[in-house]
Design a protein around this ligand. Sequence first.
Ligand code: HMG
Length: 460
Amino acid sequence: DTWPKDVGILALEVYFPAQYVDQTDLEKFNNVEAGKYTVGLGQTRMGFCSVQEDINSLCLTVVQRLMERIKLPWDAVGRLEVGTETIIDKSKAVKTVLMDLFRDSGNTDIEGIDTTNACYGGTASLFNAANWMESSYWDGRYALVVCGDIAVYPNGNARPTGGAGAVAMLIGPKAPLVLEQGLRGTHMENAYDFYKPNLASEYPLVDGKLSIQCYLRALDRCYAAYRKKIQNQWKQAGNNQPFTLDDVQYMIFHTPFCKMVQKSLARLMLSDFLSSGSDTKNDLYKGLEAFRGLKLEETYTNKDVDKALLKASLDMFNKKTKASLYLSTNNGNMYTSSLYGCLASLLAHHSAQELAGSRIGAFSYGSGLAASFFSFRVSKDASPGSPLEKLVSSVSDLPKRLDSRRRMSPEEFTEIMNQREQFFHKVNFSPPGDTSNLFPGTWYLERVDEMHRRKYARRP
Ligand code: HMG
């Protein structure tokens, strides 16, 4: 039996709201010190949705845009998975709403349903799609993986870490971004760092400091598990080299806020340093000698370690990760779609030639908690018209699209957040507002009837 070759991401599409609030405006509005959000968190702008948008409309938009752009017939899809933590119905999946898009094609033979665990649902969906394709149940058709979320927090220190968006990915064989087989390092545990027990509200409960520690611990564990697996693969091929960040040309992370990611890359460097032999004299680790012998789990809140690591890893950060944060710093946390928005940003800021043949490491984290470290191998062919070149050029307009959004004042943003609170789960109503604050081609919520049935329309 042969598996389909090179299963991975063939095409992707990113959606974000057409309006944002500037983080310097928010700093002033919230009466916090200048730099707290922009430097402390590394955030520049935050996208947000009006009451006319919900998780269904976001996913409808991103799937339709992808299918129209790549001109794939709707019956060429055999699986569609949705990863989201923006739950508006405890039973009915977003996937069922997306089936409306397939109606005219008559294609109803489409496996897959929604997957939820905080920001990890998108990655779980991606893994499910790839697993299907490498199983006896695969029928030869493509899979679509959709992740999307509306990340909103109540007034307070977490609010500037919100955002909203969705990413749709076409999964298939002979992909330019191949999921590397056998290489997933996973860590799962029971934690109450961020969760949504209040079903009458869009807002999570969050223990910010604990969530950061949980994220970093999960990163340590996943990286160690991944390292072990790749070294085992190498050993079987006769290579006894240790695996380090040198073997990863680009590194993307789930991004709750950009500063967290810079610290995370630095942490992987520490992990490499601590697991390397004590006789290692590597210029790369200059400034870290004092920390030899430390245990990773003793360093979560050590500011001296933080400072030395950020300095030692700066060059590596600029080369491997910084470009991937473009969408995150300009739009905020998109929860399940955050990691895949980072992937799109990375592709938007490099040429196909630069990316060809490289390995992209990926860390996915969802509170509660579920996390994985995995990797993509980029195809070597970057010639004009190649799948890689097509993928890269399809996202090159990302900066221009972000710049075309409308800047809203913190007052307007707060008013819209208040409206979202007021209208959450309201029945028998049509959301107020006109559609001029939506990009052309965006689906929006037209009406919720007295039985909570939702009806959508598409802006021309
Ligand atoms: P806070 O109260 O703003 O924290 O909350 P802070 O006072 O510690 O400030 C943050 C940083 O800004 C600090 O940097 C300050 O020094 C710095 P650090 O010392 O840590 O390096 N700072 C300044 N820098 C420059 N100029 C200034 C200034 N003032 C302060 N003037 C917190 C921050 C992230 C906790 C909060 O926003 C929060 O709770 N956010 C939500 C939770 C979150 O994002 N957690 C991240 C990990 S968990 C995760 O990723 C999962 C998640 O995506 C959910 C899911 O899975 O679905 C959230």
